[in-house]
Write a protein that binds this ligand. Structure first.
Ligand code: ADP
Length: 162
């Protein structure tokens, strides 16, 4: 059984991430989504636990998609959960530059064990990011084309509570 790990911030998960997950879930036996804290990013919109719960709700019926909270290095989370590779999504040349650097470091810190596989999101998701979704939401713009209704509802609830 071949499992792969998709580590990212997912604040929030978008249709771009979901497109990558869908592609990978058709190739591998299991895709493990790891909601990771990114120390270089500001305090998020959702807490890590909230992000995980939203993703779990979206993939409730999916047999080969699992979600967990990851702490520490993504490669350690992958090894601990018996994942054979990391997966990431590529949108643009700027993503490529960032991803190739991370892939090399991740391979090095896992003593050559952990490779990174990249997927290209379909063209309609090419300019989609979590930060664009957050910005549009704060500007009171329609985000229904960018996130699952469960995420949209979660964002509405979160802001009403603030
Ligand atoms: P991180 O903070 O780890 O970069 P993100 O949640 O912003 O976390 O994104 C993580 C991964 O998902 C990256 O590999 C990124 O390129 C990919 N990704 C994000 N949005 C898209 C998208 N619209 N299409 C394809 N890949 C995407």
């Amino acid at each position: 059984m071949t499992k792969v790990l998709y580590p990212a911030s997912f604040d929030p998960i978008t249709y771009g991430h979901m497109n990558v997950i869908e592609q990978a879930s058709k190739i591998f036996d299991e895709v493990v989504i790891a909601v990771m804290q990114n120390p270089s990013k500001d305090v998020g919109f959702f807490t890590l636990e909230e992000r995980k719960q939203l993703i779990e709700k979206i993939y409730e019926g999916a047999q080969n998609i699992k979600v967990l909270l990851g702490t520490g290095a993504a490669v350690d989370v992958a090894i601990k959960n018996d994942c054979k590779a990391l997966i990431r999504g590529l949108r643009s040349i700027s993503d490529f530059e960032k991803e190739i650097g991370e892939a090399i470091i991740n391979k090095s810190i896992s003593n050559g064990q952990m490779n990174t596989l990249c997927f290209f999101a379909d063209s309609n998701y090419q300019f989609l990011s979590s930060s664009v979704v957050r910005e549009l939401y704060y500007l009171d713009k329609d985000i229904t084309n960018y996130v699952h209704p469960i995420v949209h509802e979660g964002m509405q609830k979160k802001l009403t509570r603030r």
